[in-house]
Unconditional design. Structure first.
Length: 138
């Protein structure tokens, strides 16, 4: 795994774990509750995301399956949210997971293909987790 990819994997996992650790830091009760719902989901599935990133280069098909499962769980959680601010941030993260899953799927079909799209999508996912974290701590 390249240094850039390892750095991205670590940063995304750290962002997801940081969000988990920040439960209860929201300003209003409804926002607090919504963030707690997301944190609970991320807490239970962060290892799935880390596993997916670990498999991108060596087993993109397995990585795609892990991302699909993680994305489905995040989308299910997002659908349950009623706080519009948290829901919007969580939906962006869920969409970014779906995008990365699709890019990894393309890599699974053509392992010799350009990995730039995967890297760009992983960076976008990292940004959405940071945004979600910021939303829950503002």
């Amino acid at each position: 795994m390249s240094v850039a990819r390892r750095t991205t994997v670590t940063a995304i996992a750290a962002a997801a774990i940081s969000l988990v650790l920040l439960s209860g830091c929201a300003a209003t009760q409804s926002k607090h509750d919504a963030c707690n719902v997301v944190v609970k989901q991320l807490n239970s599935s962060t290892s799935e995301l880390q596993s997916a990133y670990g498999d991108i280069q060596n087993d993109p098909t397995k990585a795609q399956a892990s991302l699909k499962k993680f994305g489905s769980e995040l989308q299910s959680t997002t659908d349950k949210l009623t706080n519009p601010e948290v829901k919007k941030a969580s939906q962006k993260a869920a969409d970014a997971v779906d995008d990365l899953q699709a890019k990894v799927g393309q890599l699974a079909k053509d392992p010799s293909g350009d990995t730039t799209a995967v890297q760009d999508s992983a960076n976008k996912l990292q940004d959405t987790f940071r945004s979600l974290q910021k939303t829950c701590t503002a």
